[in-house]
Design a protein around this ligand. Structure first.
Ligand code: HBZ
Length: 798
């Protein structure tokens, strides 16, 4: 092969070509990294033509573009996603095997890009894939964090955080766009010039763009995920260097790079840090400039902006994009303020992902004024304009010396949406009740979804194969076709094959757990899985309490016919969230004691897998029997893991919270293990004095489990290690662990009973698959296109 051979002759040749000419490696000496990069380049080449074509088509049609602004895109690994969507899997596997390589090993060699904390970030990634699948012209805008979410390990059961380095190796999916760079200001003051207010920032930084193409299913369309990195305007001070101060010479660059250095690992707690607001403005302002630049390249009339641009704020993190757009239109383009505001409101929409008061963003006005003095004035004017239009509700954005981003986002938006039916309803009656009264049409619901390409087709090839054999492969692009499985569920032969798929996935997990974590799992046991961020409202401590009580009862009544279980946990806690970190340690301590008990070993195991990420989810979900979705009702906005489990044939044990409600309606109440207080009952229960202490003493099992923790049964070297948890469980117990324990125990025993009859269980699991098609993010994105963005597909199908 020679340099001028086209790398596109055949896929296998293309890989070899890239290995030689892009990577400069001899096949005889290439390492797994080299092969993976060569394969990635060959795949990337096949994306580029479609990507360019999609961009051209959008220009030609002068189509409305959707801009999804998100601080987080939890994209995980992209190689397999891209191969699958281009339908190159067979060719890629054959090529790699012809080189004597392990194809799956190559796929797994890619670092997991964790540019997000949890559900919100993963939702953004699923949305990008569905937008491309549906042919909706769209850009994702975010931050190119040098370090994604920390790597988690355990020492003595405690969470240890280490930096994550996804960019240590060449990242093939990004294209650096040196030309798409903006200079952004911070700080300084506002002066009056020619009778106009003008911002004179004190510090300037440069935003540098990196584009990642996102290809849709079957490769018919590709969009762009544009991530911004911070750079200095003058990266190098030669004068200082020549004077011998080498460190100072590069100081500006180091400072600017700090902006995009690391993802904040807090998910549902207030950060209130200057750097966080800096990050938010940095990426919002760069994105808004890019959006305006693209619009102005072929439109003269700024009043047309709402016809051509839909901006979606993924939570309030990019809320400052609104005031920035007003500022650019008014201060810099000279439109009257009211017109600038009306145009902005015509473009901007806001998705709320939480009702937890501690997670609602607000900023101290001192910090705000210091960093963004002009924006604070603009925010006040927006607030005033809203207050004038609705005199019974004067300014609400400012109060108690703070700037409230939820209120700001609401009044700047054309549409505001919740992420499940229950959550949207609660938005209307709680946090945004007053606003909803003033703007009854503004709040809409768009129940979350997940992409079936990654979360069924790729991660569960066995189930995907069985489904395709049964109903054809149309379901991959149209998930509701899974309904076609339903008639087969009554066929014992088919059901046996379905059960065999799950058994094989479980066997894979057992092998992996033995190899990677040196733990032996019983493949016949029920795999009971709770994987998500660790948070009090998600109640991993309810699960571990039930585990303790179950273990105690197994010891007490060993003769009973116990259903064997493996309790699997995974998830990270925010580094500063000490209660959550105590829960992690407690689970690890409990696991050590229970797993060492020879009398219960056959029937009960507890395992906490470290460093939960997208890749681990892809491994665990296909092997799960039971999905734990046990948040306190009213607290989980939607959940998306719950959908992934149902889709992969793991029935839910769960509360009436978030999208659990809709899952239960669709899969059928008889195929869902419901327990617990409703959101309304939970509110009422909290007002009862001593509700927790009473619940504990009324339930002997709970009493005994709590007592074991209190007495140090799981921390003999430090008996009061969990005093904080015990005090919480028996005291305030805001998340009602004690109140829900009894019903959770009952539901778990119902699970045991049902699982003992494997046919009944398999039927239940299969019906979960057949009836979960609605939870595709394709359906969700169609909803956004129709109800929120008024955007059209350019594939003529959306
Ligand atoms: O968003 C989650 C919700 O808790 C979950 O119920 C929902 O399914 C999902 C998608 O709508 N919220 C988050 O994941 N939130 C964050 O990760 C977060 C990150 C940074 C913050 C605050 C929250 O500053």
């Amino acid at each position: 092969m020679a340099r001028d051979d086209t790398p596109k002759t055949g896929f296998r040749d293309a890989i070899l070509w890239h290995l030689t000419y892009t990577l400069g490696k001899d096949p005889d000496h290439a390492q797994i990294l080299d092969w993976r990069l060569a394969l990635s380049h060959a795949v990337r080449d096949r994306i580029v033509d479609r990507w360019v074509e999609a961009t051209r088509a959008t220009y030609r049609a002068d189509a409305k573009r959707v801009y999804y602004l998100s601080m987080e895109f939890l994209i995980g690994r992209l190689l397999e996603d891209n191969i699958v969507n281009l339908q190159l899997a067979d060719q890629a596997q054959a090529a790699m095997e012809s080189f004597g390589l392990d194809y799956r090993g190559i796929l797994l060699d890619e670092p997991d890009a964790a540019l997000g904390n949890g559900g919100l970030g993963r939702l953004a990634a699923c949305f990008m894939e569905s937008l491309a699948t549906l042919g909706c012209p769209a850009y994702g805008y975010g931050i190119r964090y040098e370090h994604g979410l920390f790597r988690q390990s355990f020492a003595d059961g405690r969470q240890i955080e280490a930096p994550e380095h996804w960019l240590q190796q060449p990242y093939v999916w990004q294209f650096e766009r040196a030309e798409a760079s903006f200079t952004l200001g911070f700080g300084g003051r506002v002066v009056t010039r020619d009778g106009k207010l003008v911002w004179e920032p004190e510090n300037l930084v440069q935003s540098e763009a990196y584009d990642i193409p996102v290809i849709g299913w079957r490769g018919d369309w590709a969009n762009t995920l544009r991530l911004w990195a911070g750079r200095a305007v003058d990266p190098f001070d030669l004068e200082r260097f020549n004077a011998g101060d080498f460190t100072a010479a590069a100081e500006a660059e180091a400072l600017a790079r700090t902006i995009s250095r690391v993802l904040y690992p807090e998910d549902s707690t207030e950060k209130g840090k200057r750097l966080r607001l800096t990050q938010e403005y940095f990426f919002s302002a760069a994105s808004i400039r890019d959006i305006l630049r693209r619009f102005e390249a072929d439109h003269a009339d700024l009043r047309q902006l709402p016809q051509k641009v839909a901006i979606q704020l993924n939570d309030t993190h990019p809320a400052i994009a609104g005031p920035e757009l007003v500022r650019l239109l008014h201060d810099e383009r000279g439109l009257p303020f009211d017109e600038a505001l009306a145009i902005t409101q015509g473009c901007v929409n806001y998705t709320n992902h939480t009702l937890l008061p501690e997670a609602l963003e607000s900023w101290g006005e001192g910090l705000f004024a210091d960093l963004l003095p002009r924006h604070l004035q603009i925010i006040d004017r927006i607030d005033d304009a809203h207050g004038r239009a609705h005199p019974d509700r004067r300014n609400t954005v400012r109060g108690d010396g703070r700037v409230r981003m939820g209120e700001l986002s609401f009044i700047m938006s054309n549409r505001v949406n919740g992420v499940s039916a229950l959550h949207t309803g609660l938005m209307k009656t709680t946090v945004f009740a007053d606003q909803h009264r003033l703007h009854p049409d503004r709040i809409v619901n768009e129940t979350n979804g997940v992409t079936p390409r990654r979360w069924l087709h790729s991660c569960n090839p066995r189930l995907s194969g069985l489904i395709t054999e049964t109903i054809g492969d149309g379901w991959i692009g149209d998930l509701e076709q899974l309904q076609g499985l339903e008639p087969h569920v009554a066929d014992p032969g088919w059901l046996a094959r379905f059960a065999a798929v799950k058994a094989a996935n479980k066997a894979d997990l057992c092998n992996w757990a033995l190899r990677e974590h040196h733990v032996t799992l019983n493949p016949d046991a029920l795999f009971d899985v709770q994987i998500k961020r660790i948070h009090e409202y998600k109640r991993q401590h309810l699960n571990i309490l039930e585990t303790i009580a179950l273990w105690q009862e197994m010891r007490e009544i060993p003769s009973s016919d116990w259903t064997a279980r493996v309790k699997i946990f995974a998830g990270k806690a925010a580094p500063g969230y000490f209660f959550a970190k105590d829960i992690i340690r407690l689970i690890n301590d409990v696991a050590a004691v229970i797993n060492a008990d020879a009398t219960t070993n056959e029937k009960l195991r507890v395992i906490y897998l470290p460093n939960y990420n997208v890749t681990l989810a892809e491994r665990l979900i296909p092997a799960a029997d039971l999905s734990e979705q046990i948040s306190t009702a009213g607290k989980e906005a939607s959940g998306t893991g719950n959908m992934k489990f149902a889709l992969n044939g793991a029935p839910t044990i769960g509360t009436l919270d978030g999208a659990n409600v809709e899952i239960r309606e669709l899969v059928g109440a008889e195929n869902f293990f419901l327990f617990g207080l409703t959101a309304e009952e939970a509110e009422a229960r909290r007002t009862l004095p001593d509700h927790a202490a009473r619940a504990v003493s009324a339930d002997p099992r709970l009493t005994r489990a709590v007592e074991a923790i209190r007495s140090g049964a799981f921390s003999p070297d430090e008996p009061d290690r969990y005093a904080g948890i015990v005090e919480n469980l028996t005291g305030a117990d805001y998340f009602l662990v004690a109140s829900d324990f009894g019903d959770y125990w009952r539901a778990q025993r119902e699970v045991d009973f049902t699982y003992a009859d494997r046919d009944t269980w398999a039927r239940m699991a299969a019906l979960n698959v057949a009836r979960s098609g609605w939870f595709s993010s394709d359906r969700t994105i169609r909803g956004y296109m129709r109800d929120i963005w008024n955007a059209k597909s350019l594939l003529g199908q959306g």
